[in-house]
Design a protein around this ligand. Sequence first.
Ligand code: SF4
Length: 694
Amino acid sequence: VEQHGTPTRAVSTTCAYCGVGCSFRAELQGDQVVRMVPEKTGGANEGHSCVKGRFAWGYATHKDRITTPMVREKTTDPWRKVDWDEAINFAADRFKKIQEKYGQNAIGGITSSRCTNEEVYVVQKMIRAAFRNNNVDTCARVCHSPTGYGLKNTFGTSAGTQNFKSVEKSDVILVIGANPTDAHPVFGSRMKKRLRQGAKLIVADPRRIELVETPHIKASHHLQLRPGTNVALMNALSHVVVTEGLVNEAFVAERCDPVEFDRWRTFVAEERNSPEAMADKIGVDPQEIRKAARLFATGGNAAIYYGLGVTEHSQGSTMVMCLANLAMATGNIGREGVGVNPLRGQNNVQGSCDMGSFPHELPGYRHVSDDAVRGSFEDDWGVSLSSDPGFRIPNMFAAAVDGTFKGMFVQGEDIAQSDPNTHHVTAALEALECLVVQDLFLNETAAFAHVFLPGTSFLEKDGTFTNAERRINRVRPVMEERNGLSEWEAVCRLAQAMGYDMTYNAPSEIMDEIARLTPAFAGVSFDRLDREGSLQWPVNDKAPNGTPTMHVDGFVRGKGRFMITEYVPTDERTNRSFPLILTTGRILSQYNVGAQTRRTENSRWHDQDVLEIHPFDAEERGIADGDMVSIQSRMGAVTLPVMISERMPQGVVYTTFHHPVSGANVITTEFSDWATNCPEYKVTAVQVARSNQP
Ligand code: SF4
């Protein structure tokens, strides 16, 4: 652990980056962090950390941070520094005028998966109670919204089924559309340890990720499928399970809906879903698929771990349901070592979704049209709430371009950089009459803003994050707020300026309200978290000590529900003009769009995104390693340096998206998941050519 001085005090808190949610001891000299030491008692990390978390404190004091509120009449005007009252009143006046002129539904907001549960909760409450509509969505829209949809429909709750420790009991591990050693390194190490002990590994990924072959680990099967054929592959695997007599009949009979199961069994057994019938589409030897299916069904405890390579597709939700179907059919749910486990990209994706960030759901994933649930919030909040689902992010953008949506509050999220189809997003943001950005830095989105409310870094926050295993961890203030006002307080004051009385004395009171109104959190409090370290929801009368493994005696929805998962090819097609498929991912040292990691010591290890391309595809185009290349899609073009790599199959190219200059979202498509509108980031038809640009 690198150290930058002699520590005089220490505070325990939680990493601000990925969904592993590692616990750290921040050691300080005065108000300056000198090093971050992973906590041995951390439930998620047990004393381990990665290169991102260790240096995360660097961005909290970076010179780029904005610590004073700012406003401007027009986005072409220079920013004017103001005090908090003026900034909040400016925003509230504009929002109120917009609603008077264009109607109640003309404003909304987006919550951030990087903010605490308490900060997210107050934003969704402000929108529902002060804006008086349900136009709230979350940045999880563009990553794990299909997880929410798929797992709720099949199991009854929108969350992963296991704790991380469970992998130590797995005999077979299926990793699909995830790269844990880069994106979730501490969990990736835990998985590698189990694999070195002899657990079998199946990797389904177009790219040869590190886990496929690394010292002492070799995947039994690397199913190197074509991007966009996930559902075809999963149906083929399930076809083998069903037609070769590998279904766990006892589990299915006891735990699952028999009618839905029979429908599903008949569907996947159809010859058109066999590995042989699907082989050309998937691009994988059918015998490999058959062997992998047999291993998964008969190899002992089989666990599924997946990431955005599953969700960010036009069939993302279908694919999540495919995974649930396979787990139920083989009896791999409800005990340690098995399960369906989404690896969340951001520290609080799980929490931001739990807190009611979707336009159709109040906290705890309960539909806004449920009178009893809505009534309990109305009684507590002292206001009547809309029973109509509000706008999703893409609906907000479309309505902004149409001129009917005019104001937006954006919490800690750089939508101009992270959302697909940058030109469309830009047009929408330009059309707004009031954009309020609450963030640490003047990000790309702030270029379109009228009000900038400076945010607090994770080292200044008091609250909780919920990681990918539903573990609620405490986030404690390590240093003084640099901006003079907590984010939750700024939101409460904006709600008040809009005419709705929203006050708390401390974030612990917000958690008390969450616990009062959300059954899965009924037993959660700051006192208890401080005493016990962490808790995995549900925590209530039925599970007073929390729930490491879900669906042990029965599914949350009652009987497990098999869903029909018809494969529908994406509308994004290759042709002579765009013959290659671009897919995207992350690397170890960087996090998301890089706004934080580029401002830490991690910038030393990765200063630009590169395009990986197979040697044959490069040779065909006269491209040498290190050349600058232009990547052209139907939506636009970007220029990147190239890396020739045998990790890629022929016909597929790959890049990361950690630097704004690469502008990967300029070229991604307009297609999205049919159920949730999660963008199809993982499949873009492109052409690649040498560029004259230096
Ligand atoms: Fe842990 Fe993820 Fe932070 Fe790394 S980035 S220290 S794995 S929470």
